[in-house]
Design a protein around this ligand. Sequence first.
Ligand code: HEM
Length: 503
Amino acid sequence: MTTPSHSPRGADEPSSPPPGCPAHGLGPGGLRRLYGPEADADLAGIYEKLRAEHGSVAPVLVHDDVPIWAVIGHTEVLHMLRTRTHFTRDSRRLRVVQDGTFRPDNPLAPMVTWAPLISFADGAEHQRVRGAINDALAAIDDRGLRRFIHRSSQRLVNEFCETGTADLVSQFAEHLPMAVMCEVLGMPDEYNERLVQAGRDMTKGSETAVASNEYVMEVLNRHTARRRADPKEDFTSRLLTHPAQLADDEVAQNLRVVLIAAHEGTANLMANVLRMVLTDPRFRAQLNGGQMTVPEAIEQSLWDEPPMSAQLAYAAIQDAELGGKQIKAGDALMYVSSAGNLDPVVRPDPKASMAGNRAHLAFGGGAHECPGQDIARAIADIGVDALLMRLPDAELAVDEKELRWRQTIIARHLVELPVTFTPRPQQDVKLRPTMGGVPAPRSEWEVSTPAPAQRSLATVPAQASAEDRSEQRLAPIPAAPPAGDEEPPRGALQRLLRWWRGY
Ligand code: HEM
């Protein structure tokens, strides 16, 4: 069998097969391509063919026919992520980078080309940068964040609630995470349609991905320079002033990781959860019956449709065996969360509910496991909850079968989610200019929603919103209501409720 180590570009290239030929979609060495027409049509189907042909680790080709191992077994993914002596994210070690097979203009370059950022760091260097990012995330005021998410959701709904129709992907799911992350980073003025589109484009592996990456970096370099000169109470300033002493370029590059991971991942998650809410009759019935919560739908969706379906590119540090395959030092590997989540070893019945089980691969694992997952859950939970509260009769405007998806090697997302609903007036939303002051880091800070078993609507009032439920856990003993610039609430109960919700 040909492996990524043994299939230089162009070798054994079959003459172009006609469409419909069984060899269609195969590249040099007879390896399956994870790009091109066949992959665009059904990438998940290719992974299942690979599982049948090769087991949990399969040799494949990505853009420009660059050879790579696709790790598609659940156990093997975790083994690779947790064995730092054998596998690294330092892409300078990749043979395909060293020998020029992977060219700088490859559409996957933003995800593969080494840069001084957390994703490509290893060992002590990774701990230095990760420590700074963890500390900067931990200093976020979780109540202020929840309030901001809620109000941003309301503002977005205000933009279409009077019309009776909306596309929940382009008008809601794609905007909320970027609005929230621009606020977290301290650059709310940079939040605009162009940044939303550039963020999406960078991860599409499209021809314009490199240009979009340049635009995002221009914004982040400018913002970093501004905050270096004038630090404020935000994530960016905390990175710049952290004892880890990150250079400006490091800060800007790491802001890109945070911004893009947060934007792309959370937008996809929200779209997937909204689709589930709108199309899955069991979910709707259960939701009305008070059994299934939005957080449970989020977790199920993270199993069924991980928002980032695959991660590029890990490098083998030394020769190793993985899933029965001989991996050579310098080989490239990618892990496929979507395929790993469907591994029959851990999930014999893919239709079975995964309630209470968070062992999915949607947030990766090992040293590089996503540090922002609780924020992602908070954005999706509060955003979807707010939308359902405002537009409870929203219905899909087309047949579910007509929904279109855009598939790339690293993500699969809904192109649009058109809905109709009874037109409603806008709601008054007074957004403060910032998330508010940032208190000292808390040792037990967590934005996440409780594990599904703990988090049932049965434990909180039936009409409680996402903030109600989470604030109940975060702050069981109400203290004084926060000072705000909004209309004073009437009555003690309302005051308590507003304090409780955090908005
Ligand atoms: C649903 C939304 C999200 C998904 C699916 C997601 C997924 C992931 C995955 C799979 C990784 C690991 C990549 C690897 O193996 O190298 C990762 C890393 C990372 N994520 Fe997320 N993410 C999401 C949201 C966020 C948010 C909201 C933030 C920040 C607030 C964030 C910040 C990061 C950072 C900084 C890393 C790099 C960690 C490291 O290399 O040590 N992510 N994310």
